[in-house]
Ligand binder design. Structure first.
Ligand SMILES: Cc1cc2nc3c(=O)[nH]c(=O)nc-3n(C[C@H](O)[C@H](O)[C@H](O)COP(=O)(O)O)c2cc1C
Length: 165
């Protein structure tokens, strides 16, 4: 049987930025993180809803669960190396923005970073969480959206199979 991921085909690669207070040595500290997510999809026009599927073991899962905020940064094909890095390292003990040399700016409508080099982004506030096996579907209400650049985007099929569209 062919893998269901191969059957589903290419989906847009997003770098999800998050921010939440985490406990460091008993002290609450604000932490920004970024992780790669290709299981993302629109859900509703009105209200505008966008969903991301996040593995329960991800550091980002804990951050989004806590702050109920995330930005979906769609990326150009030129950021493939950075996407693979952010999708294979956990940000719990490292600063992935620094390591991957990602340029950031403050989001406009939520307390979170977004990526300057994103082709487009959606700023979201979580309105629902749906259990889905080993992932949780975070349903975000889109509170700001913008297209930054007209560049070819990166899409992911499975494993190391990518497409540029
Ligand atoms: C191309 C690609 C797509 C990915 N898509 C998802 C996804 O949709 N959901 C998810 O939970 N993890 C996905 N991952 C894995 C996470 O990005 C990875 O586990 C990451 O290290 C989590 O980082 P964190 O622990 O800092 O949150 C993907 C990885 C890659 C390379």
């Amino acid at each position: 049987m062919v893998s269901f991921m191969e059957v589903a085909g290419a989906r847009p690669v997003a770098l999800i930025t998050t921010r939440a207070d985490v406990d460091v040595l008993g002290k609450k500290t604000s932490k920004d993180n970024v992780f790669t997510c290709s299981w993302n999809m629109p859900l509703s026009f009105n209200p505008a809803l966008y969903a991301i599927a996040v593995g329960k073991q991800r550091f980002s899962y804990r951050l989004i669960k806590s702050s109920q905020l995330f930005v979906v940064n769609f990326i150009p094909a030129t950021l493939k190396k950075e996407a693979v890095y952010c999708g294979t390292q956990s940000g719990e003990f490292i600063d992935k923005f620094k390591e991957a040399k990602l340029k950031t700016e403050e989001a406009e409508n939520i307390e979170c970073l977004r990526l300057k080099d994103a082709v487009a982004f959606l700023e979201c506030e979580v309105v629902n969480e749906i259990e889905a096996g080993d992932h949780v579907l975070f349903v975000g209400r889109v509170v700001n959206s913008k297209i930054n650049a007209d560049k070819k985007r990166l899409y992911h099929i499975t494993g190391d199979k990518f497409e540029v569209i």
